[in-house]
Design a protein around this ligand. Structure first.
Ligand code: SF4
Length: 688
């Protein structure tokens, strides 16, 4: 019998906890604590603890599959890749689109991006960050000149006042939540604003149970109160920021007085005043936010408003302060850093930047050049185009993406996939999207490959191979390399190890340029920016200046806008959505972990007892939930924790598919979908 432990990084949320995989006779049989990571210090949440269970699930894909009519049959790699190479070569660059995944490593994503732009020469590349934090990318970039979380995770415990807004941190990022508890035990004030009394609210000193969609209203009201009481940081505002007067004028309007705003938010004005006082008087205050802020039609405004509050109070650039955007998936940050976006090259260089385009072309050395220096389509535009009678996108390559379940409006996604002339899906399981594919390629999971991933605090850390992938499945970067070679670009994809890919990747991302494999190999990795070899990394951004050319942070005045789908007499409830501690996104992995699935295995709708009594609905009753554009049937969970007039559905189950029919809308810039506010009606299910 052989037994070993391999240290790696959790594949689920963006906290990026380190853990040991216990390997017995070539099989991962469990996880064990790894104490040397500053992120989680040996602790794991329930998801991390059971993350080994999906690795050897019998459903794992083991051989490439080719479609013949309605049937998939197994084939070998040579045949599958020959077929794909021939098909992809038959399209014009703009007829091709590629989606990568924040579940994959930096190296997988970097090579997928290079393959799209260098081999396929297409501009149309995107990934699932569109779904969660595209509002952060725009909002924080406008305010600070860079779109990442400003401080580090351990740093949160140094705060004197923590505002959790649009983040159920204790459930969604439990090991970030631990830092909140540490800060509170030191005497910090913790404030949670949420329509539900969540586990995060339980750990708070102040709970603001407001209506989803009223974030800007609440934030403007808090800022107005801070200014009226002279709690703002005038020297920080004067020396380090611009355009403050415009924000001051907006937040001091009468509509943002605590009485008026409190009434519209559904909270007492005293709660707003107390929040303003705690934030305004704190020496070190931080805001933690997640998809509760970004997955709204007003996502960018919400993010700008959060940035305004932290600049107003001088809470940027010091330990225990900052705007801490908690990303969703394990490697959302990394997939963005390496340029898996239709408008940005690695290191956030615009694709329209001629110098960046020339530099990349030269480094990669494709004899026939790379894609045109114009922005491509994001995933939403790709599928919008696929709705037309004669779509310009003809073929798609999906790596680790399951848009049939994860994207809004599944009907549009399915219709688009059916219209494609050719679809390749590369994944670890036969997902809902695979059934529309022409070829399905079996990929290795996190425990079966080497590489790096970048967590929410910009920390680049190692993932390490513990076991061989099942059957004939291969790591994503091996598949891409083999396919590039089949398509005549073997020379441009000549790597002897993952380390080679990592080094090339670092050379094109300015923020990664001072990183080496040895540095990353150490516990805790390195937080970017790390631009020089002798630099240890940068856990806290903007200590001296912001990332804008003039070094100043920019205030943006933001007026509150009502959500687009508000309750009325036919649809009297306000639906919001969120995540559970037991599951991750569409549940492809967590729903295949027995211990997690045993906890919660189906969706439900939470409703307040007062509302339930009026509707004669009891706990566990089957109910019909109707939206303006569809309906679903699920069980009711009658629970005091949800605000009267509000309802909640967890996002991990099939019920979300129909729910999304109602929730789609968009902001002009990042095109993020509305997941947080939809008007619904609820009634007891009756067989028609
Ligand atoms: Fe994994 Fe996130 Fe849990 Fe850490 S907090 S163990 S990264 S799911």
């Amino acid at each position: 019998m052989t037994f070993t432990q391999i240290t790696t990084t959790c594949p689920y949320c963006s906290t990026g906890c380190s853990l040991n995989l216990m390997v017995e006779n070539g099989k991962v049989i469990g996880t064990a604590p790894y104490y040397r990571s500053p992120v989680n210090e040996g602790r794991l949440c329930q998801k991390g603890t059971y993350c080994h269970q999906f690795i050897s699930n019998p459903d794992r894909l083991k051989k490439p599959l080719l479609r013949k009519g309605d049937i998939f049959y197994e084939t070998d790699w040579d045949a599958a890749l020959d077929f794909i190479a021939k098909k992809l070569s038959s399209y014009k660059p703009d007829e091709l689109a590629l989606l990568t995944s924040a579940r994959c490593s930096n190296e997988d994503n970097y090579l997928a991006m290079k393959f799209a732009r260098g081999v396929l020469k297409t501009r149309h590349i995107d990934h699932c960050a569109r779904l969660c934090h595209s509002a952060t990318m725009v909002g924080l970039f406008l305010a600070f000149g860079c779109n990442a979380m400003t401080n580090s995770i351990p740093d949160i415990s140094e705060s004197d006042c923590i505002l959790c807004l649009g983040s159920n941190t204790l459930e969604q990022h439990p090991l970030v939540g631990r830092q909140i508890i540490k800060a509170r035990s030191r005497g910090a004030h913790v404030i949670t604003a949420d329509p539900r009394f969540t586990p995060t609210a339980v750990q708070s000193d102040l709970f603001i149970q407001f209506y989803s969609g009223s974030d800007v209203l609440l934030l403007n009201s808090i800022m107005g109160e801070i200014i009226r009481n002279n709690w703002h940081d005038e020297s920080f505002i004067t020396e380090r920021t611009s355009h403050f007067e415009a924000v001051k004028k907006v937040v001091l309007q009468r509509r943002y007085n605590p009485e008026i705003a409190g009434d519209l938010c559904g909270v007492s004005p005293d709660l707003i005043r107390k929040t303003a006082e705690w934030i305004g008087k704190a020496d070190k205050c931080t805001i933690l936010y997640a998809m509760g802020i970004t997955q709204q039609t007003t996502g960018i405004d919400n993010v700008k408003s959060i940035a305004n509050l932290m600049m107003l109070t001088g809470n940027i650039g010091r330990p225990g302060t900052g705007v801490n955007a908690l990303r969703g998936q394990n490697n959302v940050q990394g997939a963005c850093d390496v340029g898996c976006l239709p408008n940005l090259f690695p290191g956030y260089k615009p694709v329209t930047d001629g110098t960046a385009h020339r530099k990349l072309s030269k480094l990669w050395g494709f004899p026939d050049g790379i894609c045109e220096p114009h922005e491509g389509y994001d995933i939403n535009i790709m599928f919008e185009h696929l709705r037309s009678a004669s779509p310009d996108i003809k073929a798609m390559y999906l790596i680790g993406e399951n848009p049939v379940v994860s994207e809004p409006n599944p009907a549009i996604i399915i219709d688009g996939l059916k219209k494609l002339d050719f679809l390749v899906v590369q994944d670890i399981f036969f997902t809902e999207t695979c059934q529309y594919a022409d070829v399905v390629l079996p990929a290795a999971c996190f425990a079966e490959k080497d590489g790096t991933q970048t967590n929410t605090e910009r920390r680049v850390q190692r993932i390490r191979k513990a076991v061989d992938p099942p059957g004939e499945s291969k790591s994503d970067y091996e598949i891409i390399t083999a396919l590039a070679s089949k398509m005549g670009y073997g020379e441009q994809f000549k790597y002897t190890s993952v380390k080679d890919i990592f080094e090339e990747m670092c050379s094109v991302i300015p923020q990664y340029q001072g990183m080496t494999w040895d540095k990353i190999d150490k516990p805790g990795g390195v937080c970017w920016p790390c631009e020089e070899l002798d630099q240890p990394g940068t856990p806290i951004l903007y200590s001296e200046h912001f990332a804008h050319p003039d070094g100043k942070g920019v205030f943006y005045p933001v007026e509150w806008k009502e959500p687009s789908d508000l309750p009325d007499k036919n649809f009297p409830f306000r639906l919001t959505t969120g995540r559970l501690i037991w599951h991750m996104q569409s549940g492809t992995m967590t729903r295949r972990c027995k211990n997690l699935n045993d906890e919660v295995h189906e969706g439900y709708l939470e409703i307040n007892p007062e509302d339930a009594k009026r509707l004669k609905i009891r706990n566990e009753d089957l109910i019909t939930v109707s939206f303006r554009k569809g309906s679903l049937v699920c069980k009711a969970r009658v629970i005091q924790d949800i605000k009267v007039g509000t309802a909640f559905i967890p996002l991990h189950f099939i019920e979300r598919v129909t729910a999304n029919l109602a929730l789609n809308s968009s902001e002009p810039l990042p095109y993020i979908s509305e997941y947080k506010v939809a008007a619904i009606s609820i009634k007891k299910f009756q067989v028609e």
